[in-house]
Design a protein around this ligand. Structure first.
Ligand SMILES: Cc1cc2nc3c(=O)[nH]c(=O)nc-3n(C[C@H](O)[C@H](O)[C@H](O)COP(=O)(O)OP(=O)(O)OC[C@H]3O[C@@H](n4cnc5c(N)ncnc54)[C@H](O)[C@@H]3O)c2cc1C
Length: 510
C-alpha cells in the first residue's frame, strides 16, 4: 500500500488524480490536499462548466425527498446547510420559501407534518423554523392567485453554485493541489505500481503524462463513460441521466422570498428572486440518453414551466417573457426507480482496486448541498490506501473570502462601502457577494472607479477581469459572464466581444 507522500515529488507524480472540476471533483481535491496528499485535478472545460453551474442553486434539505423516505439524505443535507452557511457566508445565504396549500393536491396536514419533520431533522438550528401563513393577508401572498388562501413559510439557503466550485478549487490550490482547466484526461491505465494517465490541453492539443497512486472519477454525467472508456474498468454501478431546465423572466414579484409551487403531476417547481431584477423558475425532470455535453431546454419544458407559474401567480407568463434559459444533466445513481423524479438524489461512492492497490473511486449522484460530506466520505474510502492520512478538517474550513467576523455579510458590506466610498452601492454589493474578504485583492489600491481600468458592461472592470484571470482560471468571456458571475444577463453582444478581445490581448501579453 502507498503512503501519503510529501509534496517534493516530481511534478508528474501525484498521490491523487481527480478527473472533473465540478463541485464533487473540486470538493474532493480540496479535502485531500488539506490532508497532506499531493493532488492533480484536471477539468476538460471550465470549472463548473456543466451540471455544477446548472442547478436550482439551493442548499436545502430537500423537503420533497421526505416523500421518498430519504431521511438519511435530508438529515445530512440539513446539517450541511447550517455548516456551509458559516463556511461561505458570501456565496450562501438564507432564503424563506412560501409553500401555498393547493386544494386537491397534498392536504394541509401532510404539508404541516413534512415541515415538522424538516424542522426537527435539522439538529443545528440557526435558521428560523416553519410557520403557517394567511396568504390573503400576508404581503408574500399578494402575487398569488386569490384561490390560494393559506400556506406555510420555511427556511432553506441559496448558493452561487459555480462560485462555490471555484472557491473549492482555490482552496485546493492553497493546500498545494495543481488545478488544470481545459485539460481532459484522455486515458489512464494501471502500469506497475502506479496509474499512468495522459492529459490533453484542449486549447493547444499538447499532451502530458502523469502518474498517480489513486484516481477519483468525479466526471459527473460522464462518470460511466470515464470508468468504462478512459479508465478501462467494468463496473456494475450505473449512472441515470436526468435533464433539468430553468427559465429566467423579468422580476415576477416583490420581496426576498421564494415560492415552492405544487403541481398536479406531484412535482414541485420553484420561483426564486434572481440577480436583483429577475425571477428564476425551475426545474424539470426529463430522462436523457444523449451525449451529456451542452444541453438545452425544449419548447415543451418552457411551456411546462410557464404553466406551473400560471397556475399560481396572478401575473401570467409565456415563452416570449423568457430572457434566459439553462439546462443541466443530473448524474444520478441508477436505483431502477420508474419515475425520473423518484430516482434517489443520494450519492454512491464506488471503489474498485487491483489487489488492494491503485484504487479508482467513482462518484455517482449527489447534491451541491452535500458535496463537502461526500468529499469526507470519499477520503474515508481512500484512507486505507494512504496510511497516515490526516483526519477530516473541512467541517471548520472556511472557504476563500468567507472569513467575515461572525459570518455577518451585512456588516462586512457596510465596512466595504465605508472603506471604498467610490463604489456605487450595487457594485459594492456584487463584489462583496462574489469575493467576500478577497475583494481587496480585486480592487487593489484603487481610490476611484477610474483606477479600476477599462470598463466593460454592467460594472465589470479590467481590475476584476485581471483578478479572475490570475486567481480563478478564467480564459474565456463566457467563464466570466455565465460562471464567475451572471453578468451575461446584462451584457450586450458588443460588450461580450470587447471582453473576449481584452482576454485575448492579456493572454498574448502573458
Ligand atoms: C437541474 C438541476 C437542478 C439541481 N438543483 C440542485 C439544487 O438546487 N441543490 C443541490 O444541492 N443540487 C442540485 N442539483 C444537483 C447538483 O447540481 C449536482 O449533483 C452536482 O452539480 C454534480 O456535480 P459533479 O461535480 O458530480 O458533476 P459536474 O458539475 O458535471 O462536473 C463534472 C466535470 O467533469 C468534467 N469531465 C468529464 N470527463 C472528463 C475528463 N475525461 N477529463 C477531465 N474532465 C472531465 C466535465 O467537464 C465536468 O465539468 C441540481 C442538478 C440539476 C441538473
Amino acid at each position: 500500500m502507498a503512503t501519503a507522500s510529501p509534496r517534493r515529488e516530481p511534478a508528474d507524480a501525484f498521490d491523487l488524480l481527480v478527473v472533473g472540476g465540478g463541485i464533487n471533483g473540486t470538493g474532493i481535491a480540496r479535502d485531500a490536499a488539506g490532508r497532506g496528499l499531493s493532488v492533480l485535478l484536471a477539468e476538460r472545460d471550465d470549472l463548473a462548466g456543466f451540471t455544477s453551474s446548472s442547478s436550482t442553486k439551493l442548499i436545502h434539505g430537500g423537503l420533497r425527498y421526505l416523500e421518498y423516505y430519504e431521511f438519511r439524505l435530508v438529515r445530512e443535507a440539513l446539517a450541511e446547510r447550517e455548516r456551509l452557511l458559516r463556511l461561505a457566508p458570501h456565496v450562501i445565504w438564507p432564503l424563506r420559501f412560501v409553500l401555498p396549500h393547493d386544494k386537491g393536491l397534498r392536504p394541509a396536514w401532510l404539508l404541516r407534518l413534512g415541515l415538522f419533520l424538516y424542522d426537527h431533522l435539522a439538529r443545528l438550528r440557526t435558521l428560523p423554523g416553519s410557520e403557517s401563513v394567511n396568504l390573503r393577508r400576508a404581503p408574500v401572498g399578494q402575487p398569488l392567485q386569490d384561490r390560494l388562501t393559506k400556506g406555510f413559510v420555511y427556511s432553506d439557503c441559496w448558493v452561487e453554485d459555480s462560485r462555490l466550485v471555484v472557491l473549492n478549487a482555490m482552496d485546493a490550490r492553497a493546500h498545494g493541489a495543481e488545478v488544470l482547466t481545459r485539460t481532459g484526461v484522455v486515458s489512464a491505465r494501471r502500469e506497475g505500481d502506479l496509474w499512468v494517465a495522459t492529459l490533453r490541453d484542449e486549447r493547444s492539443g499538447a499532451e502530458r503524462t502523469v502518474r498517480a497512486k489513486a484516481v477519483v472519477n468525479a466526471a459527473g454525467p460522464w462518470v460511466s463513460k470515464t470508468l468504462g472508456g478512459t479508465l478501462g474498468i467494468n463496473s456494475r454501478a450505473a449512472v441515470r441521466l436526468i435533464k433539468g431546465s430553468h427559465i429566467v423572466v423579468r422580476k415576477l414579484f416583490e420581496g426576498d422570498q421564494a415560492y415552492i409551487l405544487q403541481q398536479p403531476d406531484k412535482r414541485i417547481v420553484f420561483a426564486i428572486p434572481y440577480e436583483r431584477d429577475f425571477t428564476l423558475i425551475g426545474t424539470t425532470d426529463v430522462p436523457y440518453d444523449g451525449e451529456p455535453g451542452p444541453v438545452s431546454i425544449s419548447p415543451e419544458e418552457t411551456d411546462y414551466l410557464c404553466s406551473c407559474i400560471n397556475r399560481s401567480f396572478k401575473t401570467a407568463i409565456g415563452p416570449a417573457d423568457v430572457v434566459w434559459t439553462y439546462s443541466g444533466v443530473r448524474p444520478l445513481y441508477d436505483d431502477a426507480a420508474e419515475n425520473a423524479s423518484a430516482v434517489t438524489r443520494d450519492y454512491v461512492l464506488d471503489v474498485e482496486d487491483a489487489g488492494g492497490r491503485l484504487p479508482v473511486l467513482s462518484v455517482f449522484g449527489g447534491k451541491i448541498t452535500t458535496y463537502r460530506k461526500l468529499a469526507e466520505h470519499a477520503l474515508e474510502k481512500l484512507a486505507p490506501y494512504f496510511p497516515g492520512l490526516k483526519p477530516a478538517w473541512t467541517g471548520g474550513g472556511i472557504l476563500p473570502g468567507g472569513d467575515m467576523k461572525d459570518a455577518d455579510f451585512d456588516t462586512f458590506l457596510a465596512d466595504l462601502k465605508r472603506r471604498r466610498p467610490f463604489l456605487p452601492d450595487e457594485l459594492a454589493r456584487r463584489l462583496a457577494r462574489a469575493y467576500g474578504t478577497r475583494v481587496d485583492a480585486v480592487l487593489g489600491s484603487a481610490t476611484s472607479l477610474a483606477d479600476l481600468g477599462e470598463a466593460f458592461d454592467a460594472g465589470l472592470t479590467a481590475a476584476e477581469v485581471d483578478y479572475l484571470r490570475r486567481e480563478e482560471w478564467v480564459t474565456r468571456a463566457e467563464d466570466i459572464l455565465w460562471r464567475r458571475s451572471k453578468l451575461g444577463l446584462r451584457t450586450s453582444q458588443q460588450g461580450a466581444t470587447r471582453l473576449s478581445a481584452y482576454l485575448e490581448r492579456r493572454a498574448e501579453a502573458a
